[in-house]
Each structure stands twice: as structure tokens, then as C-alpha cells.
Design a protein around this ligand. Structure first.
Ligand SMILES: [Mn+2]
Length: 421
């Protein structure tokens, strides 16, 4: 792979310096923001490197990664360009590391670490003994619950081999029609199953309970909202946390308020980024509602600072988006950029002034403070963080100008299709 970022950057160095100097003169503590941006890393999930489908069809791109090694190569490429994609989140069994040590070393050679591992009991795998058609951890049959518990414990063991420190459980469990399920029995079965998985966690691991309002079940979801997730996490114990996926709410839910309260209770553990207009659309981060993304980041920064948490390491950050019509690598570059911009803008919010405005019930001033930060063009600051760590000043442009997809197609062939979704 031919990737000369220094040469690519040379054309933009002078303009970048000028734009960054302008920001430094206009804004407070820009160097501190650059340092935070340099440390901030977002995990890329192993299933996002191929074109995602809808239930109507899938239109594969060309030169997709055909195995885990090639997926790591793709994430390494992203990280080389933006220096902010330094982690991988594996979905098992779509991507099983055969040799944990070798995979760990390959990832390290690209400067990557493994973040949370994800289990899958929402579809049946070839050769699987019992079906999850009517649920997994909630199932009325203890035998089927046991099979799902064993899978989750197996995922923890695979995660240990590659250096992961957390397990994300997203359940499709629920019901499609009234009367199908006894809500209390489903909740209790799920809770007891989660207890068994929790008991198998290594002491330095976290368990993330992800919720979703609807789909694939359309009448009830057994972990349907943050209240249900928080109830599980609270009853399970201190290693269990709620995971917020932006697309998993009912329309118009106030996600920033949810985030604030979960942080207050020390029960926010992980975060999945995407954007949506209607449901769990899994669109590019920041493509539909960048102001909401900024407001969420503003609460994340405020809540984490209040608890003395490290923005870079105390929550598991991951992109959870995948769709049908963009080049997945270009899409991920856009998503990471949107995240870094929203984070930088959130760092710009004048917190003491905002608190003062709130104390004075000065509604107008409070809005002005937030929107002043949101309307600031922080792109030169984000680019500076990348430039200083060897990344491309303009990653998406570099991806196209350096013909990286063309190089991948040449290496892998046009018809190489990603495993997974
Ligand atoms: Mn998710």
C-alpha cells in the first residue's frame, strides 16, 4: 500500500498553519483542546468495513476486506489517515480471532488495540443446536438460555486473548405481539442469564447492557430503554453499565439528558455513534442532526469532568453505523471527523458562564453560550491534532487523491466481499 502522508500534507501545511493560528488568536486554551483531541480515539467495529445492507438487499462495494486480517488492515489505514481510529471492536462470531496473539500483534503493528467485544444471539449460526427465534437470554427454555449464556462466556474468553476489557450485550429479545410474552418472566429470565455472564467476567472487565426501543421485535423489547438497562446494570453490580446507542431511541428522545443522568449515577459505560432520521437508520455520524450530537457531547464533557473521568479512556467509544450506498472507509472517515468536531466544540463551551446563566435563569444567554461554541469552525483545530501525530490534514481528500480504494481493489480483487452483515 502506497501511502505517503507527509508528501500529501506538504501542499496544505501553510494554509493549515494560518487557519490554526487564527483559531489560537480567537479562542481560549486551544493547545489544551489539541492535546485532548490527540488522545481521543474511537473504536471501529469489524462489521463496518463492508457495505451494510438493508433487509431489501445489499450492494457490495469493491475490494472489501474478506477476512479479519484485511479488516484490521482497513482500520489501520483509517488510523494512519486520521490518527483517531486507534481501536477495533470485534463482533463474534462474524469475526473470530483464530490465533489471539497473532491478531493482537497484527493490530499493534498498525497502532491499534481491541476495545469491547460484542456477542451475537440475535441470529442462528450454522450448526447451532437450538434456535433464538423466540429469544435467547429471555427464552422460556432453560436449555436455550444456557446455550446463549455459554456463547457470551466464550466471547469473554476470546476477548481476553486479544486484550479486550469489556463485553457488549445487545439483545434482540422481546415479542412481536401482545400476549406472546410474560413481561416479568422474560425480565427475570434475562436477569438471571446476565447474572451468570456477569459472574464469568474477569475482575478488570466491564459488562455493557445495550438497549433498543424496537426492531427486530415490534411489540416489546426486553431491554427496550435506558430505564430497563439501568435496572439490569444496577442489580448486576459495579462492573455492569448501560451502553447508549444513538439510534436506539424512540423519535425525539432527549438523549443528552439520558447521558447526563447515567453519568451522574456512574452507570454510563459505552457509547455507540451513528445518526438517524426515523429509527435505527445507522447513518453517518453527524449527517442528519449535528446540533444534537454537539449537545450530547456537551453533556458528556460536563458529566465526565464533574466525576473527574478521563474523556479518552473511561468510556468505550464506538461507531455503530453501516449502510448501503457509500464506500465504508469514506463513510467512517466522515463519521470520525463529525465526532472530533462535536467533541472539540463541546470543549469550547464556557462552563462557568453557562452555570452563571443557569443560576440567573438567563435562558437567552444560556442558549447563546451553547450556540457560540456550536457555530465555531473548529476544523483547523481537529486538523492540527492530526497533523501533529502524522495524520493527513484532510483525510477524506487524501483517501481519494492517494487512490487508496483503487489500491485495495488491486490487492484484493473487485469481487472481494466482507464477512459479517
Ligand atoms: Mn449499537
Amino acid at each position: 500500500m502506497e501511502l505517503n502522508i507527509a508528501e500529501y500534507n506538504s501542499r496544505f501545511e501553510a494554509a493549515q498553519q494560518k487557519a490554526f493560528d487564527h483559531c489560537s488568536h480567537q479562542l481560549q486554551e486551544v493547545e489544551a483542546i489539541v492535546d485532548k483531541l490527540i488522545r481521543f480515539q474511537v473504536a471501529i467495529p469489524s462489521w463496518a468495513l463492508g457495505t451494510g445492507g438493508t433487509r431489501f438487499g445489499r450492494f457490495s462495494g469493491a475490494g472489501e476486506p474478506a477476512n479479519l486480517e484485511q479488516k484490521i488492515g482497513d482500520i489501520g489505514l483509517l488510523h494512519a489517515l486520521n490518527r483517531a481510529s486507534g481501536a477495533i471492536s470485534l463482533h463474534i462470531p462474524w469475526d473470530i480471532p483464530e490465533d489471539g496473539n497473532a491478531i493482537k500483534q497484527l493490530a499493534a503493528s498498525h497502532g491499534l488495540v481491541f476495545d469491547a467485544v460484542n456477542s451475537n444471539t440475535f441470529q442462528d449460526q450454522p450448526g447451532q443446536l437450538h434456535s433464538y427465534k423466540f429469544g435467547s437470554l429471555q427464552h422460556v427454555s432453560k436449555t436455550i438460555r444456557k446455550q446463549a449464556i455459554r456463547h457470551n462466556i466464550e466471547v469473554i474468553r476470546q476477548g481476553e486473548a486479544i486484550g479486550s476489557k469489556s463485553l457488549t450485550i445487545w439483545l434482540s429479545d422481546g415479542s412481536c405481539f401482545p400476549g406472546q410474552l410474560n413481561f416479568r418472566h422474560a425480565w427475570q429470565n434475562t436477569f438471571e442469564s446476565l447474572q451468570e455472564i456477569y459472574a464469568a467476567l474477569p475482575p478488570d472487565w466491564k459488562l455493557f447492557v445495550e438497549y433498543k426501543a424496537f426492531e427486530p421485535n415490534f411489540y416489546s423489547m426486553t431491554v427496550g430503554d435506558w430505564g430497563q438497562s439501568l435496572l439490569y446494570a444496577s442489580k448486576l453490580g459495579p462492573q455492569a453499565y448501560t451502553l447508549v446507542d444513538l439510534g436506539h431511541h424512540l423519535p425525539n428522545a432527549n438523549i443528552e439528558q439520558i447521558v447526563s443522568l447515567l453519568l451522574m449515577e456512574n452507570k454510563l459505560g459505552g457509547f455507540h455513534f451513528n445518526d438517524s432520521k426515523y429509527g435505527d437508520d445507522d447513518l453517518t455520524v453527524g449527517s442528519i442532526n449535528p446540533y444534537q450530537l454537539f449537545l450530547i457531547f456537551s453533556e458528556l464533557v460536563e458529566g465526565m469532568d464533574e466525576r473527574g473521568m478521563d474523556h479518552a479512556s473511561d468510556l468505550a467509544w464506538m461507531i455503530d453505523a453501516s449502510h448501503n450506498i457509500k464506500d465504508p472507509l469514506e463513510d467512517l472517515l466522515q463519521s470520525v471527523e463529525a465526532i472530533m468536531i462535536a467533541y472539540a466544540q463541546a470543549l469550547l463551551v464556557d462552563r462557568p458562564a453557562l452555570l452563571q446563566a443557569q443560576q440567573n435563569n438567563d435562558v437567552v444567554q444560556a442558549q447563546e453560550i451553547l450556540q457560540t461554541a456550536f457555530r465555531t469552525d473548529v476544523r483547523p483545530i481537529v486538523a492540527e491534532a492530526r497533523r501533529r501525530t502524522g495524520g493527513a490534514i484532510h483525510p477524506l481528500d487524501a483517501f481519494r487523491k492517494l487512490k487508496l480504494r483503487e489500491q485495495l481493489i488491486a490487492a484484493r480483487g473487485k469481487n472481494s466481499v466482507a464477512t459479517g452483515l
